[in-house]
Write a new protein. Structure first.
Length: 306
């Protein structure tokens, strides 16, 4: 009887401790989701859709490019809602200045007119020239006057200039095409990375997207349309909780859920691929709640169309 009572006394604190830890974890996740929802609603009310929002526990991070300092300050004030702990304002103010482009005439090949002989007026001797003048003329070397250009010659010269201009423009376009493609690729990848700084939330142990993440999915669909010259690979990741095989299956299901939403938004399915990596590629420690939350993520990489 004494052993039973002793065992009972040991089990009661253990059960209470387990209940407390489970309750605390669920509360932290609920608070984070609530702060994310209310902060996003505050931004939407003030038409600050260009702001990218990320919530970690009670901490709020703002990223993106503000049109001016007033808009940056307005975004900072909008997310100061009840319950937040810290606001990290990483917004930048855009100051773009246009640079004049060179005229097309500067790139046109120049025609060397120095080597084109110009016709000179031909003079004739007068009938009253003396014999002496005639003798001098005989002893002086004769210079043949240049032949005047006819219409056919001028047309050929004009055609040659036009051909050289076309060749020059084609050569410049061929040299600039790879550079423009690389720049467009970097810009699109940066755009997707910026959007996904705000996590996509799914229901626990499910590939069902929570309603408060629909706005992020809409931003991804818009970016996919703007980057129409690239294919997209959607990567699903999970934390290390549970079996590795189940985590990989769940992460793949979540990547496919994002892919399906993009297809529903009229993104060509041939451009999209979904991959699940499970917990094999963590970006933070799986020993803490914050680290595990960061590891449960969706990433998108772009590839050139084959």
């Amino acid at each position: 009887m004494k052993k039973f009572l002793l065992l009972l006394l040991l089990l009661i604190p253990t059960a209470l401790l387990g209940y407390y830890c489970s309750h605390k974890m669920n509360t932290a996740t609920t608070i984070q989701s609530d702060i994310n929802t209310r902060a996003q609603e505050a931004l939407d009310k003030q038409n600050l859709g260009w702001v990218n929002l990320a919530v970690d526990g009670r901490d709020i991070t703002l990223t993106g490019s503000a049109p001016n300092k007033e808009a940056k300050d307005a975004a900072d004030q909008a997310v100061r809602i009840n319950g937040y702990n810290l606001i990290e304002n990483q917004l930048t103010v855009t100051n773009s200045t246009a640079t004049p482009q060179d005229s097309d005439q500067n790139n046109s090949p120049q025609v060397d007119t120095k080597n084109i002989e110009q016709p000179k007026e031909q003079t004739t001797d007068s009938d009253d020239n003396s014999v002496e003048d005639t003798q001098k003329t005989k002893n002086t070397p004769t210079i043949e006057p240049p032949v005047k250009q006819n219409k056919t010659q001028k047309a050929e010269i004009t055609k040659e200039i036009s051909v050289k201009q076309d060749e020059s423009q084609e050569k410049e376009a061929a040299q600039e095409a790879p550079i423009k493609q690389v720049k467009a690729s970097k810009d699109c990848q940066k755009k997707f990375n910026q959007i996904l700084k705000t996590p996509i939330y799914f229901n626990t142990s499910s590939d069902s997207v929570q309603k408060n993440s629909i706005r992020v999915l809409n931003k991804l669909a818009l970016a996919a349309k703007e980057c129409g010259s690239f294919n997209l690979v959607i990567h699903g990741h999970s934390d290390s909780t549970g079996k590795a095989s189940l985590n990989k299956k769940l992460s793949h299901g979540r990547a496919k859920a994002v892919m399906k939403y993009l297809i529903d938004q009229r993104i060509d399915s041939k451009r999209l691929t979904a991959q699940g990596h499970g917990s094999s590629e963590p970006v933070a420690s799986n020993k803490t709640n914050v680290g595990r939350a960061r590891n449960r993520r969706i990433e998108i990489t772009i590839e050139d169309k084959q």
